[in-house]
Design a protein around this ligand. Structure first.
Ligand code: 5FU
Length: 250
């Protein structure tokens, strides 16, 4: 593992990408480093969740291909909520193909991600040029995964990071450790009450990801959308995350 680097505060990050700047602006304004992962399967659940958590997050992470009744009406409604409540739409598509195919998956098909997403995730596995097809969005490169037995070992992380750092549309990485000063760090696998699930997911607390991993943004799925009151849970994660972030600056 790379040596522990000093944490750089959000306002000190040298992020060039406009979407990265927007995320930092929202985070400082809302006092939130929380991204909610909205892994629900109907439009009505998704819109309800967006309304409930919108004030407390900097982005709403989506897997649009799990939504049974996906439509652009859903996207239009989400955009209105996102604008009003000031958060970004983050499609966790995890592209992992050659550039030409990824470009088709990004721009065409049912979801037309390029038409509405502010940010997308992509695996750097196909190399630097494959990532160039994502225009006008912020790319978050997956360099390390949260699940048990993931193949993203130190060697992979170093190579993946090298691709990410050389791609001008990459604003950040998904990882479970601080890997690069010039990129934003996003960390999923965060839950206050569970250590993991039966399908390989592993959880850390907000305290751990901000203080030990020096992450910039934590991603919380089931901890929020499966709770009895999503808004209250979002506030709980927002507060725990922001306090841990502030404490990690000292
Ligand atoms: F890249 C990754 C990863 O390494 N782990 C993840 O869990 C992405 N994720 C996503 O974060 C995953 O696809 C879910 O959408 C979300 C975590 O959801 P949870 O319910 O908090 O486990």
């Amino acid at each position: 593992a790379p040596p522990q680097m000093k944490r750089i505060p959000l306002e000190g990050k040298k992020i060039q990408h406009p979407i990265g700047k927007k995320l930092i602006e929202f985070a400082l304004k809302k006092k939130s480093n929380l991204i909610a992962s909205a892994d629900v399967i109907t439009s009505s659940e998704l819109l309800k969740l967006a309304e409930e958590v919108g004030d407390h997050v900097v982005a709403l992470k989506l897997h649009t291909d799990i939504i049974k009744d996906f439509s652009f009406d859903l996207i239009d409604k989400l955009k209105v909520i996102a604008k009003e409540k000031e958060f970004l739409l983050f499609e966790d598509r995890k592209f992992a193909d050659i550039g030409n195919t990824q470009e088709l998956q990004f721009k065409e098909g049912v979801y037309k991600i390029a038409d509405w997403a502010d940010m997308v995730t992509a695996h750097p596995i196909a190399g630097e040029e494959s990532l160039q097809v994502f225009e006008h969005v912020g790319v978050v490169a997956i360099v390390e995964m949260s699940s048990k037995g993931t193949l993203t070992d130190d060697y992979y992380i170093t190579k993946a990071l090298n691709v990410a750092e050389n791609s001008s549309n990459v604003l950040g990485v998904v990882a479970q450790r601080q890997v690069a000063d010039e990129l934003l760090l996003f960390t999923p696998g965060v839950n206050l009450s569970s250590k993991g699930d039966t399908k390989g997911q592993q959880y850390n607390t907000p305290e751990r990801v901000f203080k030990a991993y020096h992450t910039d943004f934590m991603i919380v799925g089931r901890g929020i959308y499966q709770s009895v009151n999503a808004k209250e849970s979002a506030i709980e994660y927002q507060t725990a995350g922001w306090n841990a972030y502030l404490e990690s600056l000292n």
